[in-house]
Design a binder for this molecule. Structure first.
Ligand code: AMP
Length: 394
């Protein structure tokens, strides 16, 4: 069901509550990466230009339901002031009489940033009374926080019971379009690449993707549980013994459905993730006292070939312990392979985004989602509370 978008709202003279994801990393009280702030600027500018006043709200970090200065949005207010070229005052709280008064005093073209939502435990509890108080701050609602859309929190879900219409912001709209394109009408062949640490985190995703994709490329720590399922000794590599049986079933399902499941044939092994170097061995020859920490050169070639013919690629998760340069080559080489090919590529998740940035190929990726958890849940075919709560398009 398509949802109402901000472009369909009449914003002139209105106060609009914009739920954004301004959860930027901080370093010494300063925003150290403003990607998330930049991502929401088009929506803010659109609303301001249309003659609205904005009540802007976000979470920041995990303050666990109490006010904590290190999770204040003040550094974000400062950076947004620079990005927008206009003052972004910070309200002392996200609810309460003073905030209500300041919201009501907003003139068209002005903006008020609310202090961190999660200072109140009611936010994460999706509390209805708290949502009503947030809703009282504005005349209509816009959600531009796709990265938080998998959370049924008060400012994301319950608020829409009190504040209507509820529309998708420009970023939310773009995310839904790009991700929807992969699931609904991808150009085929469609390939998925999965990596990262744990199979258990991504099992639902793997099973759902098996119904959609033409090939599934598996690297990273999670590959070793699959290699174990094939009967290989994996030494001290990351294996989830209780998932070996499931991995076997996934491989069987893939075979039955004609989905090509591509696994590593070699790995870079070392004593542990902090080792300063490793060496390539075949997956049948992993020494008992060593761990596989990256995909090896033969696997890089194999993955590259598997992806060369794809027309659409979706990728989440690193191919190795890429935080350590000794085990980063597999992930960086994969980033180059994805960028070099003709496929429309979509990726998400902090590690994967960091990888394409480090490989210097981010501009050649079709679409980079700002979301991690919501990206994965969307691909799992789950309904996201933050999307469900929006008003249906006319
Ligand atoms: P995830 O959050 O599940 O996407 O996992 C990301 C983490 O997986 C990164 O911190 C990587 O260091 C880690 N990782 C990737 N490959 C391996 C591996 N072969 N062994 C252990 N950890 C890995």
């Amino acid at each position: 069901m398509p949802k109402l978008t901000i472009e369909q709202l009449d914003l002139a003279g209105k106060r609009v509550f914009v739920r954004a994801d301004l959860n930027a990393p901080l370093d010494g009280g300063v925003v150290s990466d403003e990607t998330r702030l930049r991502a929401v600027v088009p929506t803010l500018q659109h609303a301001l230009k249309a003659g609205a006043a904005i009540v802007l709200a976000s979470h920041l970090g995990r303050p666990k339901g109490r006010a904590a200065p290190e999770y204040s949005l003040r550094p974000v207010a400062e950076r947004l002031t620079a990005l927008l070229g206009q003052p972004v005052p910070l309200a002392p709280d996200c609810v309460g009489p003073e905030t209500l008064e300041r919201a009501r005093a907003l003139e068209p073209g002005e903006l008020l940033l609310l202090e961190t939502l999660r200072f109140h435990p009611e936010e994460e509890a999706n509390d209805d009374g708290f949502a009503r108080d947030l809703g009282a701050l504005a005349d209509c609602y816009v959600n531009d926080a796709f990265a938080a859309a998998h959370r049924a929190h008060a400012s994301i879900a319950a608020i829409t019971r009190h504040l209507q219409p509820a529309a998708a912001g420009l970023l939310m709209q773009r995310e839904l379009e790009a991700l929807g394109r992969i699931l609904e009408s991808p150009e085929r062949p469609l390939a998925a690449v999965l990596g990262g640490a744990k199979v258990s985190d991504k099992l639902v995703l793997v099973e759902h993707l098996l119904e959609q994709v033409d090939s599934l490329v598996i690297g990273g720590g999670m590959a070793f549980t699959f290699l174990r399922a094939l009967g290989h000794d994996t030494g001290r590599s990351l294996v989830e013994p209780e998932r070996v049986e499931t991995a076997r079933r996934v491989l069987e399902t893939g075979r039955r459905r004609g989905v090509l499941v591509v696994l590593p044939v070699d790995a870079i092994v070392a004593a542990g993730p902090d080792s300063s170097s490793g060496r390539p061995v075949g997956v049948r020859e992993i020494p008992g006292d060593q761990m596989g920490l990256d995909i090896g050169p033969l696997t890089i070639e194999r993955f590259r070939r598997a992806l060369a013919s794809a027309r659409t690629i979706v990728w989440n998760g690193p191919m190795g312990v890429f935080e350590n340069p000794a085990f980063a080559e597999g992930t960086l080489a994969l980033a180059r392979a994805v960028a070099d090919g003709p496929a429309f590529s979509v990726l998400g998740g902090g590690d994967t985004i960091a990888a394409v940035q480090r490989a210097g190929v981010a501009e050649r990726i079709g679409y980079i989602s700002t979301a991690g958890g919501a990206f994965l849940e969307f691909l799992e075919g789950r309904k996201l509370p933050g999307v469900e709560a929006l008003t249906d398009a006319p």
